[in-house]
Ligand binder design. Structure first.
Ligand code: FEO
Length: 389
């Protein structure tokens, strides 16, 4: 695809990865993704901001075919999907130097074997002039690596943000506009990648507030031409607010745990509580992660396998712990055939979740009246807690 013009002297380059279906061999990408690079032409110098995943370096290099000179390659984030094509770019433009944050330099050397002499670090707030276009670098650590920074182009009021505000979306649409699907894709991206660092991101949102920009240009997904929408969405996601929502990841082997989950769902809904239920052998874990952005409560449902939780529940609980959602309350329910240590093992998997455990309900075999009453009791406790939020 040809470069796409954002405004005079600023083009979107990079690659659309329509067919990629997993990121990090873990995260589902229902709509593929893109690796955006931006070319900024001043009257004296030219800068390339970010590059592309090395698997798609050819797409980027094709778009640079008629670009005679690049003076600066700005690496806002060292992860390979944005930095991986930098060695190819440096090969084509031997006079170019890489600009990055101080923490990024050793990472670029280690990951890409870039010669250290070709890398110059930039301080927080430092500016460079390309001639009529001024780039200011703002360090925004932990979105989602320690070295991340964003770049502000003052004259054209553009903020380049790499992963920050990104969305895994392959689309030919240059601008996000008010397309609700872009915001859903951005929420999925936030949930899977950024949520563990929501406190740091809160600080970075404050840091970019004084900047004047009409566009946010991330390195995944379309450019935001109504940036206030994505900034306010992020402000909500990183806030302390939680919703009157219970998320139930579960799996069932012979129907007992499923019967318990269904009873609990009904008991919660009749109490005015929204529920999102995820059957783990079929669910999209990205959807589950998105629901954890807002939920006040998680209820984990598991049968017992060799005394412990089902392996799918084990893996999902580990992931939920790693994502550090804002959850306030938790409960564990499930069933077993002859004995169980599922609760003890699951409890040991969630040290990052600062939740109040509202109870556990375990039943041997198929649930009977006593179990259903215990589930009603859990639902009532959740109602009381949510009412006080
Ligand atoms: Fe899109 Fe953290 O890389």
């Amino acid at each position: 695809m040809e470069p796409r013009k954002i405004c005079n002297g600023v083009d979107l380059l990079g690659a659309l990865d329509w067919n990629r279906r997993l990121f990090d061999s873990l995260i589902p990408l229902p709509d593929g993704t893109s690796y955006n690079a931006y070319l900024v032409h001043g009257t004296e110098k030219t800068a390339l901001i970010d590059s592309a995943d090395p698997k798609m370096a050819d797409s980027l290099m094709q778009q640079l075919e008629h670009v005679e000179r690049i003076d600066y390659v700005i690496s806002q984030h060292s992860e390979q999907d944005h930095s991986g094509a930098i060695p190819e770019v440096l090969k084509k433009y031997p006079g170019a130097i890489v600009l990055c944050s101080p923490k990024a330099k050793p990472i670029l050397v280690d990951h890409l074997r870039i010669v250290p002499d070709l890398i110059r670090t930039v301080e927080d707030g430092e500016t460079i002039s390309l001639g009529g276009k001024t780039l200011r670098f703002i360090h925004t650590p932990w979105v989602h690596w320690p070295e991340t920074m964003v770049t502000h182009l003052a004259e054209d009021r553009i903020l380049f943000t790499c992963d920050f505000f990104g969305s895994h979306l392959a689309t030919t649409e240059l601008f996000a506009g008010t397309n609700p699907y872009v915001y859903e894709a951005a929420k999925r991206y936030y949930a899977e990648i950024m949520m563990p660092f929501h406190m740091e991101i809160r600080g970075n949102l404050e840091k970019i507030k004084p900047l004047a920009f009409d566009y946010i240009a991330p390195s995944h997904g379309p450019v935001y031409d109504k940036p206030e929408l994505i900034v306010s969405a992020y402000a909500d996601w990183v806030s302390d607010r939680v919703s009157n929502l219970v998320v139930i990841p579960y799996i069932s082997m012979h129907g007992s745990t499923e019967a318990m989950v269904d009873h609990l769902v009904s008991a919660l809904v009749s109490r005015g509580i929204e529920v999102q239920k995820f059957e783990l052998s079929t669910t999209d874990i990205g959807k589950l992660a998105m629901s954890l952005v807002d939920a006040a409560t998680i209820v984990i449902g598991t049968p017992t396998v060799q005394l412990g939780p089902h392996p799918s529940v084990f893996a999902t609980t580990h992931l939920a712990n790693a994502l550090r959602p804002k959850l306030r309350y938790a409960a564990i329910i499930g069933s077993y055939g002859w004995g169980t240590k599922a609760v003890e093992q699951l409890a040991g998997l969630i040290p990052n979740l600062t939740v109040e455990v509202l109870g556990t309900v375990l039943c041997k075999g198929f649930p009977g009246e006593e179990t259903f009453l215990a589930l009603d009791d859990i639902a009532e406790k959740i109602r009381e807690k949510h009412a006080a939020l």
